[in-house]
Design a protein around this ligand. Structure first.
Ligand code: PLP
Length: 393
């Protein structure tokens, strides 16, 4: 006997993983240069050199018992101090080490916050298109997942329509900017309008509605776009961050929850996050990685290759007639499927060794996602196939 819901989650193949693994197999058959794989969001630029140097020097110089030992559940004091100082500098708000709880990346950070807010009958809102894992994260906490379509033209937050989806059970909204999969960055005015609505609804319902700001792409921005610091606009914001994308460390599993002092009941909420992390065994994030990020707070990714891919693919596709919002951040393009069915488009593309992810699991079955963290040759080689496909559909 085992849990049917867990079985279903484990047995159902992730479409992204399935395409990615198909691509690896197909590369052995037709040669890697003939497979154009846009499926997975694995960073394609190396970590800044200082990151490797931090790993090496720590391994050589630090006392191994300290380096590889348990840290406090929320993380080691020195690393939290370093990250808090960096956040304070960047945000203009005071962030203290006590506001930070280190996690194994953004995924457990999100789960801990959702679980912490998971009172009876709780609901959490996400905007479609959304990161597909939000749904299982929310539902596994016994919380109702409420998908709200983003504005269809711009993929911005749909302030006018949102109110109809809020109820007295709404505990939180997940806001992901820069966005996976649309690449959109919500501008300050859009966030201010969201804040005004949530302030009003919180007063009406008599309890705070929190924003869970999922920020693994915060540093992946182009054309000088601004990613506003959400707690400065809406105090009841909790941040979930990860170094997976910004320092190209997805396999090292390191991130944090930040519950700023300005959030309602911040100390109690922080304790609830710690309690939630405890129940899922997500305490004491990998200690070596904690030390590394503590030493590397000043490091930023070199975005030249991502930016070139973004521009060339966006311009190549839109010139052919594909419709897509120009991404300002992250490393994805979310493209309207010619013919209306992204699954049909993806299936046909696969026959031509072009791997694109249908948007069904992102809440938009008429769009497909392209990860632009690929070799530039993949972009160049894929364009003639995209041209054939738009003519077919
Ligand atoms: N949130 C979003 C929007 C993501 O795209 C990802 C990973 O791709 C995550 C969270 C999970 O990040 P991590 O790998 O750090 O757990």
């Amino acid at each position: 006997m085992f849990s049917q819901s867990m079985y279903q989650l484990g047995a159902k193949r992730s479409c992204i993983r399935e395409l990615f693994e198909y691509g690896l197999r197909q590369a052995k058959v037709v040669g890697p240069e003939n497979v154009f794989d846009f499926s997975i969001g694995n960073p394609s630029i190396p970590s800044p050199p200082a990151v490797g140097e931090a790993f090496t020097s720590l391994l050589i110089q630090e006392d191994p018992l300290t380096l590889h030992g348990y840290t406090p559940a929320s993380g080691c004091e020195e690393a939290r101090q370093a990250v808090a100082e960096d956040l304070t500098c960047r945000s203009g708000m005071t962030i203290r080490p006590q506001n930070l709880f280190f996690t194994c990346g953004a995924a457990p950070a999100l789960i801990s916050v959702i679980r912490a807010l998971g009172v009876e009958e709780a609901e959490v809102v996400a905007f479609a298109p959304y990161f597909p894992e939000y749904r299982p994260f929310v539902e596994s906490c016994g919380v109702r997942f409420v998908a709200v379509p983003a504005d269809r033209e711009t993929f911005l937050l749909p302030i006018g329509e949102l109110e109809a989806y809020l109820t007295p059970h709404t505990q939180a909204l997940i806001v992901n900017s820069p966005n996976n999969p649309s690449g959109v960055i919500y501008p300050r005015e859009n966030l201010q309008a969201l804040s005004e609505l949530l302030e009003r609804k919180s007063r009406e319902y008599g309890h705070p509605i929190y924003i869970i700001s999922d920020e693994p792409y915060r540093e992946l921005v182009y054309d000088g776009a601004e990613v506003p610091f959400l707690p400065a606009i809406y105090p009841n914001t909790v941040i979930c961050y990860s170094w997976s994308k910004s320092l190209s460390l997805p396999g090292e599993r390191i991130g944090y929850v930040c519950v700023p002092d300005c959030a309602a009941d911040s100390e109690e909420l922080f304790s609830a996050v710690a309690g939630a992390a405890r129940t899922t065994g997500h305490v004491c994030a990998p200690s070596l990685q904690q030390w590394v990020v503590g030493l590397c707070t000043a490091q930023r990714p070199d975005l030249e290759a991502y930016d070139r891919n973004r521009k060339d693919l966006y311009e190549g596709l839109t010139e052919m007639g594909y419709r897509c919002v120009r991404p300002q951040g992250a490393f994805y393009l979310f493209v309207q499927a010619p013919g209306g069915s992204a699954q049909a488009f993806s299936d046909r593309a696969k026959e031509k060794n072009l791997l694109v992810v249908p948007g069904d699991d992102f809440g938009c079955p008429d769009y497909f996602r392209l990860s632009t963290c690929v070799a530039h040759e993949t972009i160049v080689g894929s364009l003639p196939i995209f041209r054939e496909l738009i003519a077919e559909f």
